[in-house]
Design a protein around this ligand. Structure first.
Ligand SMILES: *Cc1c(COP(=O)(O)O)cnc(C)c1O
Length: 387
């Protein structure tokens, strides 16, 4: 094993990413010297903060082809999902009480829907095929005159499958129903243009794209068919009254910088990670021809690999390589419960495959050498050799 590599190697970038040093540098002054409240603009301190927030808003908007007025800052994608789903459902009571989502959504979406169900909202959970792609025929079939929202994630956090966003956007537009997408995994990793894709509302999280934790955004379309959304937090009426609370200026400056960097670098970095990921798959297949790739073979995030080694329990592998590798069995939010992944279960291959799935999330700091080393370590762990 190389001495240059620092262990454990972090291979869980779908759970979170480290803050890019360029992002951190940009954020730092906003904790100390430029500490003003961007809502208190009677003086220079507030105005400087307001200027920084406004610039960050432009950068976030630029990444997704939106207008700066359409960006609401939140505490992360969980809040953005809650705000979008609860906010639109509440604001659309006169039109109806039915929302459509998908079985493989993140808990931030699913648990919000479950909460709404208890309060009388009807929710349809669309199935997915064996690659994790949502059933579009079912989507069309389940739309009724009471449908007020379609919420389908842009890319899955466990298996990396990218949804047919443009097709969903088209269906939503045909029926004049708002389309929300949870893009926590996709934004900053693959190109997303809200105009081209027909997305009306979109959740973003900074810490999934080399920003900091606790900051995110909600894109809400404002032109032509303005999306109506009720607030879930009440107070000073910040962010067009949709999200009250003093703005997290350092976080906002950081998400702005993260979006600016991603816009410039995501294609090249995505290509680098895709090659590394595919190299990993090939190496695993060579050692264990029976391995199964979970998710779509091509319509997937370039940095995500989800793989099942039949007959090998993923928890056992993950525990045995802990000293060397930080990898996960699925979503970070459910790993305290010994339950197979509901996402892999939804693909319909049976529980065995769900119990044996490992998620590897590559990122900016991973080198070619780290990836080869990781493969060696996992192969040895599966063979039962000592590392
Ligand atoms: C991480 C993640 C979230 C939650 O984002 P936070 O910013 O951590 O609240 C929601 N949805 C998906 C798909 C995610 O990957």
């Amino acid at each position: 094993m190389s001495v240059a590599i620092k262990y454990p190697i972090y291979l869980d970038h779908n759970a979170t990413t480290p803050t890019d040093p360029r992002v951190l540098n940009e954020m730092l002054p906003y904790f100390s010297t430029i500490f003003g409240n961007p809502a208190s603009i009677d003086h220079t301190h507030g105005l400087l903060a307001q200027k920084a927030v406004s610039l960050a808003r432009k950068k976030v908007a630029a990444l997704i082809g939106a207008h700066e007025d359409e960006i609401i800052f939140t505490s992360g994608a969980t809040e953005s999902d809650n705000l979008a789903i609860r906010g639109i459902t509440d604001a659309s009571k006169e039109k109806g009480n039915h929302i459509i989502t998908c079985v493989t959504e993140h808990k931030a979406v699913l648990d919000t829907c479950k909460y709404l169900e208890k309060n009388g909202t009807k929710v349809t959970y669309l199935p997915v095929d064996r690659t994790g792609i949502v059933d579009l025929d079912k989507l069309v079939e389940t739309i009724t005159k009471n449908t007020v929202l379609i919420s389908v994630m842009a890319a899955n956090n466990e298996i990396g499958t990218i949804a047919p966003l443009k097709e969903i956007g088209k269906i939503a537009a045909d029926y004049n129903i708002p389309f929300h997408t949870d893009a926590a995994q996709a934004a900053g990793h693959i190109p997303l243009n809200v105009e081209e894709l027909g997305i009306n509302v979109m959740s973003i999280s900074a810490h999934k794209m080399y920003g900091s934790k606790g900051i995110g955004a909600l894109y809400v379309r404002r032109n032509v068919n303005r999306i109506k959304i009720s607030p879930i937090l009440f107070g000073g009426g910040h962010e067009h009254g949709i999200r009250s609370g003093t703005l997290n200026v350092p976080g906002i400056v950081g998400i702005g910088k993260a979006c600016e960097i991603a816009k410039k670098e995501m294609l090249r970095e995505g290509e680098r990670l895709r090659l590394l990921r595919d190299k990993m798959v090939a190496a695993f297949k060579k050692e264990f021809p029976q391995v199964e790739l979970n998710g779509h073979p091509t319509q997937r995030l370039p940095n995500n690999l989800n793989i099942s080694f039949p007959g090998v329990e993923s928890k056992a592998i993950i525990n045995s390589v802990k000293e060397y590798l930080s990898i996960s069995a699925g979503s970070a939010c459910t790993t305290t419960v010994v339950e197979p992944s509901y996402v892999i279960n939804a693909l319909g291959f049976g529980r065995e495959r769900a119990f044996s799935s490992i998620r590897i999330g590559l990122g900016k700091t991973n080198t070619d050498e780290e990836v080869s080393t990781a493969v060696e370590i996992i192969v040895r762990a599966i063979r039962g050799d000592t590392n």
